[in-house]
Design a protein around this ligand. Structure first.
Ligand SMILES: Nc1ncnc2c1ncn2[C@@H]1O[C@H](COP(=O)(O)OP(=O)(O)OP(=O)(O)O)[C@@H](O)[C@H]1O
Ligand SMILES: [Mg+2]
Length: 261
């Protein structure tokens, strides 16, 4: 394949969706969407109910395959057979609370599926102290305070659970994290911490996509704003070039047509 084939059409050197269409029968959930995300960048996906945001995420995660178009990750066209395939490449999708197990502690959540094991007389035994030490260090490095990493996740706040997910993603070498409505259930202080967590992840050179209905959060955290309307990408611009008004108009379809950068 020539190098020009993988060159991003709309920014982004980590992930590109190229001319992606997703049909469910007669419904086009996405129509000819091209979108790029670069390392060290936060992109907010905006749009009304049914605009196509979740569909875009499902394609990025490999839970559904696009009807046409392609996904390029790290310069290589990919066909993810399942979410496991995208995860192995460093793509993490975080649905609020769904990826945390409430009835186990922070350490167990942190090492879920990647437990450290030693053999004692041939019997596999969890290296609990080592896992605890690492979890404490990573949580502290990530600026997240929890009373004890030995408490069950159910006793933590939504923001703290989100911090576990982000710290875990960074620790295990993730490259792109997609956060679906990360602040929907959080209070003001927790949102502030959540925004800080996302900035920290971005500043480490990782890519972040957040899906939100909240324009204020998008303007606070995102480097770029992308708006979907009825399956089409109708705005893709640096946040500094957008106003609340132009973005609202792009979402609702009111006002003059908006330009894609
Ligand atoms: N599995 C499916 N089968 C049929 N239609 C679907 C399916 N998933 C999504 N759609 C349709 O595709 C369109 C886009 O849906 P999508 O879930 O991507 O929107 P969204 O932007 O995430 O909306 P919301 O903000 O409400 O979460 C909608 O018209 C929806 O009804
Ligand atoms: Mg959705």
């Amino acid at each position: 394949m020539s190098s020009t084939e993988t060159e991003p059409k709309h920014g982004g050197d980590l992930l590109q969706l190229e001319n992606v269409t997703m049909r469910y029968g007669a419904i086009a959930a996405l129509q000819d969407v091209s979108l790029g995300v670069a390392a060290g960048e936060v992109v907010a996906l905006l749009g009304d109910n049914g605009a196509g945001k979740s569909t875009a995420i499902k394609i990025i995660s490999g839970s559904v395959k696009p009807t046409s178009g392609r996904l390029v990750f790290e310069g290589i066209p990919r066909e993810f057979e399942s979410p496991r395939a995208s995860k192995e490449l460093g793509i993490e999708i975080v649905y609020q609370d769904l990826s945390i197990c409430m009835n186990v502690d922070v350490v167990a959540n942190f090492f879920m599926g990647r437990e450290l094991v030693k053999r004692v007389l041939g019997v596999p035994v969890l290296r609990e102290r080592e896992m605890q030490r690492i979890t404490e260090k990573v949580m502290a490095d990530g600026g997240t305070k929890v009373k004890s990493v030995r408490q069950n996740a159910e006793h933590l706040s939504g923001g703290q659970r989100q911090a576990i997910e982000l710290n875990r993603f960074v620790y295990w070498g993730g490259k792109l994290v997609v956060l679906d409505e990360p602040f929907a259930a959080l209070g003001i202080e927790q949102v502030r911490r959540g925004l800080e967590n996302i900035r920290r992840v971005r500043d480490q050179g990782l890519a972040v996509i957040i899906v939100t209905h909240n324009l204020h959060h998008a303007f606070q955290i995102a480097d770029r704003l992308v708006v979907f309307r009825q399956g089409r990408l109708v705005l893709d611009k640096s946040t500094s070039d957008c106003t609340h008004e132009t973005v609202s108009q792009a979402i609702t379809g009111d006002g003059p047509p908006v330009q894609i950068q």
